[in-house]
Design a binder for this molecule. Structure first.
Ligand code: ADP
Length: 620
């Protein structure tokens, strides 16, 4: 129950207005349904020929207040009916009663639709808010999070789990706004009709609740497991799609098929268990409800047949009809309780993402950062992805403004990691990195990253037009630089990046959509596009992770040229895989197992005849 109020308090406030309307119409609809049912009493009276009411049977002096009023009203109504039957005949009166029933039911259904009308925007709104929160969170989460959590798992939380919350908790909200009202109104009516009978029923209720409650308990645990398995399925699909080339190339389809089959079978078993249990809610409460009715029939019968009956037969039938109407909302309510258990499991998985703290902290009073003036400096920097395993040890490095610093070394020596520290994708565990003498932690990360252009090994492109991919890093609502239009600026950047020609040859030029991750482009073309993007952003600092993927020599020449254009006049930190490309760098740092083991120009390092010389010889 506590959980439920927390969920309410968390999601519903923005939709308070609609919620009030929803509850109002639910209340109206329930009260109207009482009136439509009430038409049954006189109909039965007429059919069974019990037209005149035995007022002596109900001793008015004994009942008080509201009950008294109702009794008086009823007597008057019956007198009116008697009169009308005498005047126009029973069939006409029956027709009138029928029409009354239809009219009231029409009103009831209308208000019930209106109640749902206002419920719908709450449900869709909560769903939208949850998706929005998750997406915003994913954008702000530190890089480290995504290496630990698998992508498929996050996608699953953002889709499957959000869907589960919508399907269970939100549809439960629907029921929770409606059914308690119905139950309360009906129960009050039952008490007014016959408090003895109702009291008797209420004594039986806890037994039913006990049975229903027992089954729900294990549901949440099973649901957590189910959602984890769903996430694994998505991860597996994601991996397969990304690695399809390798899968086919290594003829590994069968292996993957077996793995996937096992996974989906296990998931199926879990969901069989969950759903079988879930579907128990409905029949169980139906069975218990019917058992209750049987008991009421017996007890009510006794009351009617007893010497001083407090209820007549047709009112008793009305009583039964209303009682039966309680059973449905109670059934739904017990199902909703099960649904909430299932949904809570998903909500917890969503919250685990939402509550992940960002370990890249923004400074409380960031220092303004306009220009980069002198240098970026690493001072005794230590870093490791796990605290117990250092990937970078005691790094001291100066990157002066306007110079090109290259990092070389075996794969796994920590080059990429080192470059990731500059835009604060990770923070050093010890030591600090300064920009013009100020610790970069004191700048707003947004300002810091604004200074930088990043070109990675694997060019990251989006399924959008060429134009939008190039303008990705700039704000096109501002005027373009040097008095150009943005179209001109984009074309200029593309020309410098040796990309204009192939773009112009595409069917729709700059407006061509390049497919998922730029799948419709060759490797070299993708790289040149991402270089054009960096050129257009025109950042003072450039972080470049040279592509390792082999390009044909023509392509490579074009990319290399583009990179050289990009690097001129800029402070560049480049991870070099082909030593030939960085011969002219101002400083070359050789990395080995997380240390910078040699520093100097190409000539100086060759003269040292150490690690660098070995690397050069290996690449020959
Ligand atoms: P390089 O760029 O020189 O090839 P990296 O900086 O990519 O080297 O990797 C340095 C070391 O850090 C390697 O041992 C690698 O296994 C480890 N490493 C890289 N990225 C991660 C990560 N996200 N989580 C944990 N370890 C990582």
């Amino acid at each position: 129950m506590n959980n439920l109020f927390r969920v309410f308090g968390r999601f519903v406030p923005p939709y308070r207005g609609q919620m009030v309307l929803n509850i109002l119409f639910n209340l109206l609809s329930t009260i109207l349904s009482l009136f439509s049912f009430a038409a049954i009493i006189p109909v039965l009276q007429i059919l069974f020929g019990l037209t005149s009411v035995d007022t002596e049977q109900v001793d008015l002096a004994q009942v008080e207040g509201l009950q008294n009023m109702i009794a008086a009203l009823r007597t008057n109504l019956y007198c009116l009916l008697d009169e009308q039957i005498a005047l126009r005949g029973a069939s006409v009166v029956l027709l009138w009663l029928g029409l009354f029933l239809v009219f009231m039911t029409g009103l009831k259904c209308g208000t019930s639709w209106l109640a749902n009308y206002f419920m719908v925007p709450i449900r869709t709104g909560v769903l939208r808010d949850l998706r929005q929160q998750l997406y915003n969170k994913v954008l702000s989460l530190p890089m480290g999070y995504f290496t630990e959590a698998r992508r498929g798992d996050i996608i699953s939380r953002m889709t499957n789990d959000v869907g589960e919350v919508e399907g269970s908790i939100m549809s439960a909200l629907d029921i929770l706004f409606k059914d308690p009202i119905m139950i309360l109104v009906y129960l009050t009516t039952l008490l007014l009709i016959s408090w003895q009978l109702t009291l008797f029923v209420l004594l039986l209720m806890p037994i039913a609740i006990f049975f229903i409650g027992r089954i729900g308990r294990s549901l949440k645990k099973a649901s957590t497991k189910g959602q984890e398995q769903n996430a694994e399925i998505l991860s597996s699909i994601d991996e397969t799609l990304l690695g399809l080339r390798v899968v086919k190339g290594f003829n590994a389809q069968d292996k993957l098929r077996v793995r996937f089959t096992n996974l989906i079978n296990a998931t199926r078993a879990t969901f069989n268990r969950i759903n079988r249990r879930y579907y128990l809610a409905h029949p169980l409460s139906e069975f218990l409800g019917t058992a209750l009715i049987a008991i009421i029939l017996w007890f009510g019968g006794l009351l009617i047949l007893s010497e001083n009956a407090t209820i007549d037969a047709s009112t008793f039938i009305y009583y039964l009809v209303i009682f039966y109407s309680i059973i449905n909302p109670s059934k739904d309510l017990s199902r909703a309780a099960y649904g909430i258990r299932r949904g809570m499991a998903s909500l917890e998985r969503i919250d685990a993402v939402l509550n992940t703290p960002s370990n890249i902290l923004e400074p409380a009073n960031p220092q303004p950062l306009q220009l980069f003036q002198t240098e970026i400096r690493f001072e005794h920097v230590h870093f490791g992805y796990q605290p117990d395993r250092e990937v970078l040890t005691d790094i001291d490095l100066v990157i002066p403004k306007g110079k090109t610093v290259a990092l070389v070394g075996q794969s796994g020596s920590g080059k990429t990691t080192l470059t990731d520290l500059v835009p604060r994708f990770y923070d050093p565990l010890q030591g600090r990195i300064t920009l013009d003498g100020t610790d970069i932690k004191r700048f707003a990360t947004h300002d810091l990253r604004d200074l930088m252009g990043i070109v990675c090994q694997e060019p990251i492109l989006f399924n959008d037009t060429v134009y939008n991919n190039i303008t990705f890093g700039v704000d096109t609502s501002q005027p373009a630089p040097n008095g150009m239009s943005w179209d001109e600026a984009v074309e200029q950047a593309a020309r410098i990046a040796n990309a204009h020609e192939f773009i112009a040859a595409m069917p729709e030029g700059y407006q061509t959509v390049i497919g998922d991750r730029g799948s419709r482009l060759s490797g070299g073309q993708r790289q040149r596009l991402s270089i054009a993007r960096a050129i257009l952003k025109n950042p003072p600092v450039l972080i470049l992770d040279e592509a390792t993927s082999a390009l044909d020599s023509e392509s490579e020449k074009l990319v290399q040229e583009a990179l050289e254009h990009l690097m001129t006049q800029r402070t560049t930190l480049v991870v070099a895989h082909r030593l030939s490309t960085i011969k002219h760098a101002d400083l070359i740092c050789v990395m080995h197992e997380g240390h910078i083991v040699e520093q100097g120009t190409h000539e100086q390092l060759i003269a040292l005849n150490g690690y660098y010389t070995k690397l050069v010889q290996m690449q020959k």
